[in-house]
Ligand binder design. Structure first.
Ligand code: BGC
Length: 745
């Protein structure tokens, strides 16, 4: 009897649990339909129009007439409340405006750029960062951000690699999911939730030659195996919106790509959110040579599945006529408007159109702390000869040198519209304030900014180095050198920074180089010249204290690189998960300086490598050292014969064999040895951050569903293929203990 009652309660609870979201959905759908039926075609096209206004009065007038569905780039909270009041009280149907902004890695409190956040390999830290951004941005009335950017990015020449989570589809999926959860919170209608936007759909990261906006040529299989998985993960995480991409893929601009916008996003993935174009990308299809004029562009875009147009206004100007001519159906317009209204209802904008959150949340103590934790975990230790780091008590005088040591604006990185440099804590400030009572700090910048070619200050920096026990040299990139439209054809350190490092090294004093940049740079010589190297993708507001604590050993670095570091620019695009050629390189290849004069045509072998750069990267994906030393042993597979519905259960012993407590990112890679199509040499399938005290050991286990080994096969079906697999568990993509297993049908 008791059992029956319990069962009945469980059933009731589960029933209530399932039915409530469904009820809410139905309620919203009903409201959407009721409103839609009241709307004129003009009002519908108004909802599909997003503006970045320059003039408040003009905007107010257009909102009153129902010509605007959303605005971006208005951050004055008084103006936002006024506009909202006009929309709600003075427009015919009282539909609130959706206020948006690029809140990419923080609003006021700036977190590391997304590439740096990815280097934490810590989705919790990343989720927290997006939550903080949402709380601060929503306090100013922003309820929609254009993030996360989850374009798989394999070419450091492309400036937008800074905004991505790097080269790996799985890492982009995990981090993108974390950001979406953070932005959107538990429920979109919480006033601190901001709708996320998965962008740029799709393949934008593959821009030819790393040049921004350039064409891409990604065939469907690669699209599905590599570029789409982070976006599918975004849909699964409940991402509210998607943005089309600027690039044309195989001749079809992202803003008119029906195959991805309708067939995949809507029909296969059942996405019921909203799709916005990128900035003027509809009208830009005329430049692409894909559309004759604005009307043609609007029709192609809306018929492909776009709901809202950002800025170029071809929809509102042309689609009434297109509907009259039968070139665009009313059903298409209605579906777009449904997607827009649904989002506005989900955000609770009809009930709470105005800003309610107190302003005091900006730069709140806990936000700064979260930003510091993220910055700490994002820093990657690339080299540490003779345990140069952490700096010990023996160090009495530190020379702080370099153009990035005290560059509060630059260390925030790209896409910072709202963060203020007055709030940034630079390494120089932090070292002085936090460690100034322990060490004597001499500061000589050496170069005024990262591109500075004027070497007249280097002598003073060298002199400072001579007077110190150790030199910490901060180099890298100013913020403007990465991000949108900021591609580079040469990835060496800019200006005279390399000369600065080499001059400091020539003093014989230990040199610690700290690189703060928006992408991975070609720094072989500078790594060689330095005793220790820390790499910090622009670390944001709290970068200084984070780096100071790492330098002085209060924090042990744990970041791992989410991108492969090339030795030379010409190796780009570069990524670990490449397919094998029929002639893979030998590690012992003879390189350019070893080749004899008049060498015979085939004397260097016929393998896949560069005569000058070889075939290996400077640092592989997943690489990052610690002050302590982690030892892997005893890799065990529970079973090496599995079925497609089984699990790969693997364990490894991890020991902290060094003197410091530390955190290791344990990485699991798999290779499908033979496929119906060629398969990557390795793919990241899982990772765990494991904290160990000095001397402590732990058994780390992974349970990987065999279904995670599925891919798009020869016949374009999706699934796991029976056969032999190899796996590695280790500290980066190039090292690890390995085992083999097979999968049977
Ligand atoms: C960028 C987008 C961004 C949009 C709005 C475009 O130029 O490509 O990523 O969200 O501008 O600012």
């Amino acid at each position: 009897m008791k059992k029956n009652i319990l069962y009945a309660i469980a059933l009731a609870v589960s029933f209530v649990g399932c039915s409530r979201p469904q009820d809410k959905r139905t309620e919203i759908e009903n409201k959407v339909e009721t409103l839609l039926h009241k709307m004129t075609l003009e009002e519908k096209l108004g909802q599909m129009n997003q503006l970045s206004p320059w003039n408040f009065e003009e905007l107010a007038d257009r909102v009153r007439k129902g010509e605007v569905g959303s605005i971006l780039n208005v951050v004055n909270s008084e103006e936002i409340n006024k506009i909202q009041n006009i929309a709600v009280e003075e427009s015919r149907l009282g539909i609130p405006i959706l206020v948006s902004r690029d809140v990419i890695h923080g609003y006021k409190t700036i977190f590391p750029i997304p590439l740096g956040q990815a280097a934490t390999f810590n989705p919790e830290v990343v989720e927290k960062g997006a939550r903080v951004a949402a709380v601060e941005a929503s306090a100013d009335g922003i309820r929609w951000t254009f993030a996360p950017m989850i374009d798989v990015s394999r070419d450091p020449r492309w400036g937008r690699i800074a905004e991505s989570c790097g080269e790996d589809p799985y890492l982009n999926a995990v981090m993108g999911t974390a950001m979406i959860k953070g932005f959107q919170g538990d429920s979109l209608n919480d006033p601190t939730a901001i709708a996320a936007c998965a962008k740029h759909f799709v393949a934008y990261g593959a821009s030819e030659g790393g040049k921004d906006y350039n064409s891409t040529f990604i065939p469907e299989r690669v699209l599905r195996n590599v570029y789409l998985p982070p976006f599918k993960a975004a849909v699964d995480a409940g991402c509210a919106t998607f943005m089309t991409s600027f690039n044309d893929n195989d001749g079809i601009p992202g803003t008119a790509n029906k195959f991805v916008l309708k067939d995949i996003l809507r029909d296969e993935w059942k996405f019921d959110g909203m799709v916005v174009t990128d900035w003027t990308s509809t009208a830009e299809m005329i430049n692409h040579g894909f559309c004759t004029d604005g009307k043609d562009a609007a029709e192609k875009s809306v018929n492909a599945g776009v709901d809202m147009e950002m800025v170029s206004e071809t929809f509102i100007k042309n689609l009434k006529q297109s509907v009259a001519e039968g070139k665009v159906s009313m059903e298409t317009i209605d579906n777009a408007v449904r997607n827009i209204l649904r989002l506005k209802f989900r955000l609770g904008l009809f009930e709470n159109p105005y800003i309610v959150t107190p302003q005091s949340v900006k730069y709140a103590e806990e936000h700064l702390l979260a930003a510091k934790t993220a910055a700490e975990q994002s820093v990657i230790l690339l080299k540490n000869d003779a345990q140069t780091l952490p700096l010990t008590d023996k160090v009495k005088t530190v020379a702080v040198v370099g153009p990035m040591a005290d560059a509060p604006y630059e260390q925030m990185g790209t896409w910072v519209f709202d963060g203020e440099k007055e709030h940034t804590q630079t390494p120089l400030k932090a070292i002085r304030e936090m460690y100034g009572d322990k060490v004597n700090v001499i500061f000589e910048q050496g170069l005024a900014y990262s591109r500075d070619k004027n070497t007249s200050g280097i002598a003073k920096a060298v002199n400072a180095a001579r007077r110190a026990d150790v030199v910490v040299c901060f180099v890298g990139e100013e913020s403007i050198l990465s991000g949108e439209a900021h591609s580079l054809a040469n990835l060496d350190l800019q200006g005279a920074q390399s000369q600065l490092i080499k001059s400091l090294a020539a003093t014989g004093k230990p040199v610690v180089t700290v690189v703060m940049a928006g992408r991975q740079l070609t720094i072989s010589d500078e790594v060689e010249a330095s005793d220790a190297v820390l790499y910090s993708f622009h670390p944001g507001t709290m970068g200084g204290p984070a780096i100071a604590d790492i330098l002085f050993g209060k924090v042990n670095p744990s970041g791992k690189t989410p991108v492969t570091f090339p030795r030379m620019t010409g190796q780009a695009p570069i990524y670990y998960a490449h397919n094998n050629t029929g002639r893979p390189a030998n590690p012992t290849e003879m390189l350019i300086d070893e080749i004899p004069v008049e060498a015979g045509q085939t004397s260097v072998g016929c393998r896949s490598f560069y005569l000058d750069a070889g075939n290996s990267p400077l640092f592989p994906f997943g690489y990052g050292l610690s002050y302590t030393n982690f030892e892997y042993s005893d890799l065990k597979l529970a079973s090496d014969k599995l079925t497609v519905d089984g699990e790969v259960n693997v364990s490894v012993n991890l020991k902290n064999a060094g003197k410091y407590d530390g955190t290791e990112v344990v990485q699991l890679y798999v290779q499908d040895k033979v496929g119906s199509v060629t398969r990557p040499v390795k793919e990241l399938k899982a990772f765990q951050r494991v904290e160990l005290k000095a001397g402590e050991s732990k058994t780390v286990t992974f349970s990987l569903p065999v279904s995670d080994l599925a891919f798009w096969r020869y016949d374009m079906s999706y699934g796991v293929e029976a056969g032999d697999f190899k796996l590695w568990v280790g500290t980066n993509s190039a090292e690890g203990l390995s085992a083999e297993f097979s999968v049977m049908n």
